[in-house]
Write a protein that binds this ligand. Structure first.
Ligand SMILES: [Zn+2]
Length: 151
């Protein structure tokens, strides 16, 4: 189909990779039905995604247990980001379908985007200074230390 990446689905590949590769894949947590990873193309530092293991394109295709875990991991992500990065706020949400702006339109995922006062130019700053890989590794380490599903 037009617009599909030939290499397959990124969100399937990352959880199907061996756990030894979790660090290079920026996988923070693996749950029963869903997992948490850092977005490689973040809107802000600490931008996390929660995705089901199942390759489904829309929320109504998820069973109740998977949906619950997705929300529970969203909660855990917000808590971890508060501990690690002390943001001033969050944007949470899903883009369903390419028309809605989904980057990986055929594999559902929840975005957790931490926000800071006056952060609107964050990404252009990062792009100019090419700090993204270092920032991602640093953020990954911080989040790994504080991520817990205990509430
Ligand atoms: Zn997939």
């Amino acid at each position: 189909m037009v617009g599909k990446k030939p290499a397959g689905c990124l969100l399937c590949m990352k959880h199907q990779s061996p756990r030894e590769k979790d660090r290079e894949n920026y996988v923070i947590h693996r749950g029963k039905a869903c997992y948490v990873l850092l977005n490689l193309f973040p809107y802000s530092n600490g931008h996390l995604m929660i995705a089901p293991y199942r390759h489904v394109s829309s929320i109504e295709l998820l069973d109740g247990d998977s949906l619950y875990e997705m929300i529970a991991l969203t909660k855990a992500s917000v808590a971890a980001l508060k501990r690690a990065l002390s943001p001033d706020g969050f944007n949470l949400g899903m883009n369903i379908g390419q028309a809605a702006g989904a980057g990986i339109a055929d594999h559902l995922h929840m975005h957790v985007v931490p926000r800071w006062q006056g952060d609107t130019n964050f990404m252009s700053v990062l792009a100019d200074t090419r700090l993204i890989p270092e920032a991602l590794n640093d953020t990954y380490d911080k989040l790994l230390q504080v991520f817990t599903t205990d509430s």
